[in-house]
Ligand binder design. Structure first.
Ligand code: PLP
Length: 403
């Protein structure tokens, strides 16, 4: 049991709290599901990019899946070795590609023919052969929220099978490209196994047809996307997930790469916010809290559900309430018509499943400093990011003030 009241007193609110031991358990469960094959779990840094979080995974032997050079630098800073770092994303700049090649990471996940051309050119300038993998878009409906679906031709990610094959042939014939992997990532918050299995079948078949052309790939990168329980979702068991993927790889001697983000951190995280006011607009009940959409955007962005627990003395019955923040947007809410008892000034609300795509999607909108972040490990708490001060917020502007 985490003592949120004590943490709120010690560190203030709004506050992010992460249970590192939960992250460990999730990592170990997934890693052991793939035993029997060589595998690298490459933590998707964007889910929660706090350096102490990334370091926590580094210490367990995790790699990193990065979607910007900033994330690659974070992975290095946190102690993840170059040979476990991969770089994905549809729009890598020349500078990002150059640095990734110079740093000799495991591979760059290439997402278009045009990008393959840039990678080849930059590797040539550097006198190197860039290790690459190609992101295949298997045109599978992952049956998740459209904003986090990525494996359909309607989505911007990856290339179709025919294009992928052409790109592998080109890469294999280039002195400056070294094709080592194949990648797919069909979406996030996946709760059905069948789309994942279908995608793996399609991609494994492509691997076999490449082998027939003497193009041998080492890494079968299945992306991330394992769903978690926010409310009452039936989730996929890591063991079943691993089995479904491994069953498509018969006859192929490849190392599995898996890029979970949400699965590792979401349910390890809590967003703690303090009640400022209750108010009633006609029939409508609101509770206004000190956290806002600039801290935790998912409800505003995806209408995402987060379980909310009220830490209050009141014993009265719950009534539906909209939980809203101070930001000047009607979209600034954490929940609508959520059943909560009457609340008093300074009561705490604990918003659950906030460890992934929480802090990282935050902003300084309305000149609000971002929340502090705290880790809990072995029953001890420690600060892992300071609360942003007003001075932090204006630091890059102040010098331009003219008098
Ligand atoms: C976002 C992302 C992930 C992680 O997704 P989760 O749903 O958090 O597991 C993995 N791989 C790629 C390429 C991504 O873009």
């Amino acid at each position: 049991m985490i003592d949120f009241k004590a943490l709120a007193q010690k560190y203030g609110t709004p506050l992010y709290v992460y249970d590192f031991d939960y992250m460990t358990a999730q990592y170990e469960e997934l890693k052991s599901a793939f035993r029997g094959r060589k595998s690298i779990i490459a933590y998707a840094v964007k889910a929660n990019s706090n350096l102490s979080v990334v370091k926590h995974f580094a210490k367990m032997g995790s790699g990193a899946d990065c979607v910007s050079i900033g994330e690659v630098r974070r992975a290095f800073l946190a102690g993840i070795p170059a040979y476990k770092i991969i770089f994905s994303g549809v729009g890598k700049s020349d500078d990002e590609i150059r640095e990734a090649i110079e740093r000799d990471i495991l591979y760059i996940n290439v997402e278009s023919e045009a990008e393959l051309g840039r990678v080849e050119l930059i590797a040539k300038e550097l006198g190197k052969a860039a290790r690459i993998s190609i992101r295949v878009n298997p045109n599978i409906d992952p049956k998740t929220h459209p904003y986090i679906s990525t494996g359909l031709h309607d989505n911007k990610f990856g290339v179709d099978l025919g294009t992928a094959k052409r790109m592998y042939i080109k890469a294999n014939n280039s002195e400056n490209l070294d094709p080592v992997g194949i990648h797919f990532h069909i979406g996030s918050q996946l709760t059905e196994l069948e789309p994942i299995r279908e995608a793996a079948v399609i991609v494994a078949d492509l691997v076999r047809s490449l082998e027939a052309l003497d193009i041998e790939l080492k890494f079968f990168d299945v992306g991330g996307g394992l769903g978690i329980k926010y409310k009452d979702e039936e989730t996929i068991k890591p063991y079943d997930y691993a089995q479904a993927i491994l069953s498509t790889l018969t006859g192929l001697d490849m190392t599995i790469l898996c890029e979970p983000g949400r699965f590792l951190t979401a349910n390890a995280g809590y967003f703690v916010t303090k009640v400022l006011y209750e108010k009633q607009n006609g029939e409508k009940r609101f509770v206004v809290v000190d956290g806002a959409m600039n801290d935790l955007l998912r409800p505003s962005l995806y209408n995402a559900y987060h379980e909310i627990e009220a830490l209050t003395q009141t014993q009265e019955e719950t009534r539906p309430v909209d939980i809203v923040g101070p930001v000047c947007e009607s979209g600034d809410f954490f929940a609508k018509d959520y059943p909560l008892p009457p609340l008093n000034h300074n009561d705490l609300l604990v918003i659950k499943s906030a460890g992934a795509y929480g802090f990282g999607m935050g902003s300084n909108y309305n000149t609000r400093g971002r929340a502090a972040e705290v880790a809990i490990e072995n029953g001890k708490d420690r600060l892992i990011r300071k609360r942003e001060s007003f001075d932090d917020l204006i630091a890059l502007e102040q010098e331009f003030l003219e008098d």
